[in-house]
Design a protein around this ligand. Structure first.
Ligand code: DC
Length: 242
């Protein structure tokens, strides 16, 4: 279900915002805030990779074992559904939203995301979702691969220490037994894996706007992106009227 007005960039193409960046930069918080305000659909693409990572762990396979993961893919049906409280991801018709945010699944997601068959498997789901509605998608390769023609591309980043501190806080609030050092170590390892894989690595698109949230609050970062968005929208309105 999509609430709110759907902004059209031109008659055929809905407005799309790509938000890429390393883990813990605040992409999902930013995307959710903007989506709510603008009435856009928000898609968290990391949840799709997490769902595959979760399925692989559940079946006792090694997330780095290309042959084992590839063999599993045909048995997986992954579906995104928008509910009142946001996006839910279904694995073979079971809602796995609450199972995919653990540190183990995070690491498995990062590992399976390096496999070409996994990226191909998820590409169609992501592109099909963006076909007909105005959308905000966050991930690692949205501006470079999934939506190369996005109306606005943001590369949201922050220092590893600040990202780890934010993630640590989140995990502690959920009752997880982790230390800051563990979170920082995992974050650095995921950064390395996500930006050094061969296919669709985490990389700033040439036409992306870089927003470093190390020294600003997330509200300030969202405000910066909102201003960019407004200026793009008024520019595309002007082009349409001309
Ligand atoms: O955004 P996240 O932490 O939920 O993502 C989990 C993992 O999925 C991340 O380590 C890399 C991978 N990922 C990806 O490769 N491409 C995306 N578009 C989104 C996530």
């Amino acid at each position: 279900m999509i609430k709110g007005e759907i902004f059209m960039q031109d008659r055929e193409k809905p407005f799309s915002i790509a938000i890429d960046g390393p883990s813990g930069a605040g992409k999902s918080t930013m995307a959710k805030m903007l989506a709510r305000e603008l009435g856009f659909l928000y898609v968290d693409t990391g949840a799709l990779y997490r769902t595959i990572g979760y399925a692989v762990l559940q079946r006792g396979a090694d997330p780095s074992d290309q042959a084992a993961v590839e063999a599993l893919l045909p048995s997986l049906t992954i579906r995104l559904e928008q509910q009142e409280d946001g996006q839910h991801v279904f694995l073979n018709n079971v809602d796995v939203n609450d199972c995919i945010r653990t540190p183990e699944v995070s690491m498995a997601a990062s590992r399976v995301s390096a496999l070409p068959a996994v990226r191909q498997f998820l590409l169609d789901i992501q592109r099909n979702t963006a076909k007909s509605v105005s959308i905000i998608m966050d991930g690692r390769d949205i501006g470079t691969v999934v939506l190369p023609d996005a109306s606005l591309k943001v590369f949201l980043t922050a220092s590893a220490e600040i990202r780890a501190q934010r993630r640590y806080q989140e995990l502690i609030e959920k009752g997880a037994a982790v230390t800051y050092e563990e979170v920082l170590r995992d974050m650095r390892q995921r950064d390395y894996q996500d930006s050094h894989r061969e296919l669709a690595p985490l990389k700033e698109a040439e036409d992306a706007v870089r927003v470093d949230s190390s020294a600003m609050t997330l509200e300030e970062a969202v405000e910066a992106v909102r201003r960019l968005m407004d200026s793009r929208r008024s520019r595309s309105d002007a082009v349409r009227k001309a």
